[in-house]
Write a protein that binds this ligand. Structure first.
Ligand SMILES: [Mg+2]
Length: 185
């Protein structure tokens, strides 16, 4: 199977790390991210938070640790003959820091696609992906509407009702199990 895998919140444990940096920057003490839109959580304009990210991009994309089980899960899938294609909303300018991070944590990668904040749906179609691993509910909704099964890794910001075709998974081990079931039809 050709599997699309998101990076932030799925492979890179970005949000807890960013929460810590944003608390420092904004002088707040938010412990749980209940909304994917972090500027809403911090009650600041989107542009303001975007400026902070742009100014500190190398640090913010380098500092997170991998999500537990991500490397092992990706290794297993590849060993079993599946193709893993990373699809991130990061901007193409962030390719270098992204590849460096994947190398640092020895996460096998051949193809990494950057949507640059745009919808991932077009890339899913273009690359004929057969399953997708995601943490953002809106992306899961858009991709599953194409008929592509989505696995949603549970986080504090994606609770709630799931659309048809989206399977919630608590861990990478669980996601690998579901992907194997999908592959065996
Ligand atoms: Mg994500």
């Amino acid at each position: 199977m050709r599997i699309g895998v998101d990076i932030d919140g799925v492979v890179s444990d970005s949000y807890p790390a960013w929460l810590q940096e944003l608390n420092r920057h904004y002088g707040k003490n938010i412990t749980v991210l209940e909304d994917y839109e972090m500027h809403l959580v911090f009650d600041v304009p989107w542009d303001d938070m975007n400026d902070f990210f742009v100014e500190n991009v190398d640090h913010l994309l380098s500092m997170p640790k991998p999500v537990p089980g991500a490397r092992e899960g990706i290794e297993s899938l590849r060993r079993e003959g599946h193709e893993v294609i990373f699809v991130t909303a990061r901007r193409p300018e962030e390719e270098k820091v992204t590849l460096k991070w994947l190398e640092k944590y020895e996460i096998p990668h051949e193809t990494v696609l950057f949507s640059g904040f745009k919808s991932k749906v077009d890339l899913v179609k273009q690359w004929q992906l057969e399953a997708f691993v995601e943490d953002h509910l809106a992306n899961a909704r858009g991709i599953s509407a194409l008929g592509v099964p989505v696995l949603l890794l549970t986080t504090s910001y994606n609770r709630g009702k799931l659309p048809a075709g989206v399977t919630r998974c608590a861990t990478w081990t669980e996601m690998v199990t579901v992907l194997r079931q999908l592959a065996s039809g």
